[in-house]
Design a protein around this ligand. Structure first.
Ligand SMILES: *Cc1c(COP(=O)(O)O)cnc(C)c1O
Length: 425
């Protein structure tokens, strides 16, 4: 029934369903443990024969209510909260990969995810080939190998603000018998629901727009339930063969559409941890209640500022898919017809120093290693998030060394424009 409600309604009413006399806000079950009166009842929970709560690393009522709200917003069968967006992307991939596996990812992804796939997961024996997401299907196909297990991209890339052709990526992934995982952090389900375009799994850093108030780091993995694991059982042994660490149950067979998520919780979360605290889930939920209102204002403010920047002669280039001149305007109109997000990438005429001088002159707008927040902030990836990358690697990731990432907040846009104008000097 929840899926039929509109996103704005789900933002407010999804997830927690208070019964007669119960609180309208999901209570913060800040408890590690849940007590039982008899041995058999808890044994059934351990065997996954019954669902219920026994230890917060595996499940917690506050976390579950918030996860269900996000699953409803994305149109998925369920979701699992994680303690960060990094953990969400790691879990989403590692749930279907092991040493000897390979994934294909767009180069246009968040720096942290780029390191995770390119360096850290490599140490676990999982290789990644990065592809230009705008390349032809034939070109991208060349990256696939017999051991490829997943494809990955971001709806709107951080920090480049490029729009992913989700249908194209889904077509390529499915032709190769693997799922498409889309990080939907910047678009949020208010502006794009990747499952409607063929993506199989969606991830978020909820730290960004979903929380929206810079209060709690968090992440989420949402499953569409659409990928047929058993049809590709040779590739996904972890889902399609019995799990010895769980009395030989077979996730994809025994749990059907919930197989991927059951493994994610019962195996990965059990063994690796990284659950959010219920307190943080509560804060995330408060943010979600206004996500639809905030996204509209972020987009409205960003459109005004992008248009101002584009018209200013001191600005060399602007990437914002709401601009008709943007190379991804058409993709934006297709996938993000109601607006994209508040993040703009632009470069000033000059060099790295020009960018630094502009940023240091801002009075209202914060310099912050944050993005997609109520407060407008700026970041210079070459000096900050991507400083581990060489100029060559930066360019390979589609990031100009002069790129300034401006995350437009929900303040009065005229105050923001005044600050930008005085900083341009
Ligand atoms: C921030 C971000 C992440 C990482 O999330 P954290 O919550 O900071 O761990 C992943 N993907 C995207 C697109 C992001 O913007």
């Amino acid at each position: 029934m929840e899926k039929k409600l509109k996103p704005a309604t789900l933002c407010i009413r999804g997830g927690w369903k208070p019964q007669n006399g119960e609180p309208v806000q999901p209570p913060i079950y800040q408890s590690t443990t849940f007590k039982y009166d008899n041995t058999e009842e808890m044994a059934q929970l351990f065997d996954l024969k019954k669902s219920g709560y026994f230890y917060t690393r595996l499940a917690n009522p506050t976390n579950d209510a918030v996860a269900q709200k996000i699953a409803a917003l994305e149109g998925g069968v369920g979701a699992m909260l994680t303690s960060s967006g990094q953990a969400a992307n790691f879990y989403a991939v590692f749930n279907i990969c092991e040493a000897g596996s390979h994934i294909v990812a767009s180069t246009e992804i968040y720096g942290g995810t780029f390191n995770l796939f390119g360096v850290t997961m490599k140490k676990l024996g999982i290789d990644c080939t990065f592809v230009d997401q705008d390349a032809s299907e034939e070109e991208i196909q060349k990256a696939f190998r017999p051991n490829t297990r997943a494809m990955f991209g971001e709806t709107i890339s951080n920090p480049g603000c490029r729009v992913l052709d989700i249908e194209k990526f889904a077509r390529i992934a499915h032709r190769n018998g693997v799922p498409l995982i889309v990080d939907n952090t910047f678009a949020t389900p208010i502006n794009c629901r990747p499952f409607e375009w063929g993506a199989d799994i969606v991830t978020h850093s909820t730290t960004k727009y979903m929380d929206g108030h810079a209060a709690a780091v968090g992440g989420v993995v949402v499953d569409s339930g659409n990928f047929d694991w058993m049809a590709h059982a040779d590739k996904f042994a972890g889902l399609c063969l019995p799990d010895d660490s769980y009395h030989g149950l077979t996730y994809a067979k025994d749990f059907g559409k919930m197989g991927y998520l059951t493994k994610l919780v019962a195996q990965l979360m059990r063994d690796l941890g990284s659950i959010p605290s219920p307190q943080n889930a509560f804060l995330l939920n408060l943010g979600l209640e206004t996500l639809h209102l905030r996204m509209a204002r972020h987009c409205q403010n960003a459109q005004r500022i992008a248009e101002f920047l584009e018209a200013d002669e001191r600005v060399a280039w602007v990437h914002y898919c709401g601009l008709k001149s943007d190379q991804h305007y058409a993709l934006g109109q297709k996938y993000l017809p109601g607006g994209s997000c508040g993040v703009i990438a632009f470069g000033l005429k000059g060099d790295r120093e020009t960018a630094v001088k502009f940023m240091d002159s801002l009075r209202l707008i914060n310099i912050a290693t944050h993005v997609a927040d109520s407060r407008t902030c700026v970041l210079h990836p070459a000096s900050h998030t991507h400083r581990q990358l060489s100029d060559e690697q930066l360019r390979a990731a589609g990031i100009d060394p002069t790129l300034i990432r401006l995350s437009v907040g929900i303040e009065d846009v005229d105050d923001l424009l005044d600050d930008i104008k005085q900083s341009l000097g």
